[in-house]
Design a protein around this ligand. Sequence first.
Ligand code: CTP
Ligand code: MG
Length: 220
Amino acid sequence: ASTVALIPAAGRGERLGAGLPKAFVDLAGHSMLHRAVRGVQASGVVEHVVLSVPTGLVDQVRTDFPEVTVVAGGAQRGDSVRAALAAAPAADVVLVHDAARCLTPPTLFVSVVEAVLAGAHAVVPGTPVTDTIKSVDPAGVVTGTVDRTSLRAVQTPQGFDFDVLTSAYASADADFTDDAGLVESHGVAVHTIAGDPLAFKITTPWDLRLASWLLADEAR
Ligand code: CTP
Ligand code: MG
């Protein structure tokens, strides 16, 4: 069975605030994009990679990753995934993986692909929520305590039957924060598997510090 991986890397990185698109920020000598691409390739289960990057960086990324398909992303994450999917060669399984989750262990890609090949149409890694979660009103006053036993914080790579993701993106609305959300809205059952702490998303300056500490620790 063949697998293609889409890596949306066209975001601006507003919350990180590094002054350049987040995927191009250096993390201990390599860009997050470089680390994400190499992580996917190291899994050994992906035949082809498609990247969506900011429009002005397409040519540079094509030079840096000659073996990979590179397209311009869009305004929202969903637009960037849609653009990558349109450029992807047909496959049995498609993975969608945030460039910002660039420390994801290669084994997690293997587990997601295996779960799709075992018959799930959509698979997401997720971890139990450990904090107590409150809902609040606009003034910040607590309106309830959410039962966290039924909650999962979900990660990428998210894996799908290629046809399932393609038909979901064929509909007009792709305004979801993750691809499983879009597929769910089309009535497809989304299965969860155990996530990995290293698949956390680098969103804020704190996350970037954490990532560089983890890499320094690994190098010792
Ligand atoms: N992404 C994308 N195209 C967009 C927005 C996001 O390809 N228009 C990608 C990002 O590059 C990232 C992943 O989707 O790899 C997850 O998005 P997020 O962490 O929100 O990254 P940014 O949108 O860059 O960050 P911010 O929301 O803080 O601006
Ligand atoms: Mg964003």
